[in-house]
Design a protein around this ligand. Sequence first.
Ligand SMILES: [Fe+2]
Length: 382
Amino acid sequence: MNSITLLQPAKIVFGLNVIDKLVEDDLILSSDKILFLVATPLLTTFQPISESISSLGKKVVLIEYNFPGEPTFSQFDMLLNKSGYFNPDCVVGVGGGSVLDCAKLIAAMTGNEQVYPDVVGIGLLKKRMKKLICISTTSGTGSEVSPIAILLNEKTEAKSGIVSPVLLADVAYIDPSLTVGLPAKITAETGMDALCHCIEAYTNKFAHPTVDIYALNGIKLIAENLEKAYKNGNDLDARSALSLGSMYGGLCLGPVNTHGVHCLSYGLGGKYHISHGLANAILLPGVLRFNMEASPERHAEVSIALGIKRKENDLATALAGIEFIEHLSKRCGIPGSLSELGISENDLSELADIAMNVKRLLVNNPRVITKEDAVEIYKKLL
Ligand SMILES: [Fe+2]
């Protein structure tokens, strides 16, 4: 058995309406200056919460986050400047993955002598200067419990991953009631991203029994509840199950992380600005079809977790699971091909080149992916 290092926030608060406890959180009570970075749709919800905290005698600054797509270096720079001016004790991120990634980096980089191009990579960011609370308002990215943040280098169009234990939040709040207003499209895309986190961890070259428990339970919860939440955003049981599945997916990211699916989606996000969850959702069946022969048994177990009955052999069971994922995507309004997103055969070589540079994820894939393999995987998904 390979070794494992489990990384997660020191405190995770999960459940309906747990956000009501934020005002009395020890981290808030022990801070004098608190910076809220809040996604636009959540401003109305968080205004009274920030006012309650102000009424305790705290200085509170609320910054609205309204950038579309992945945050760029220059957008992050603007946020970091605002944070530097206020110099908070504690940063609170409220939103989906992009907002939380920025909040994590703001907490790390405000007043830090390191500058962010130098911290891109694994373990290069050495310290976080401010306390950090992450409040997830989507059920997909897992950023609230992961040690990873992604920025887009707008000059090179490359997504830049910053991976460091110091990016783990001190406290994560996961309140399914905050996801009720999420549009159906975002519910579907972020839910598929969470499913990818779980499946890529379970079928990972560095999979581990400890993380398998999160991964299999996450797959089951998402398979059973994604369509329900997509069709009825007010279904609190489905929302809660999806949030839990997403949290499990996030807990897979630190110790094991993703593989070929997330790797091949880098160019789709960086160069073509296709949303992270959507790109992963389309790639997932193609990468699994390519990978399944490397570990038929584990791919079959993924299918069982998805609710598939065992077939005549592992490969047949694995294939039935992949077909289930394709049908689930379709029922949740996700396009079935890359060409529907404007990608053509001429784009594939460059997309494959970009994927070949994401070595930190490429090494996790259970089967070696060459550039030619990557082009073939994309081509079958056109
Ligand atoms: Fe992801």
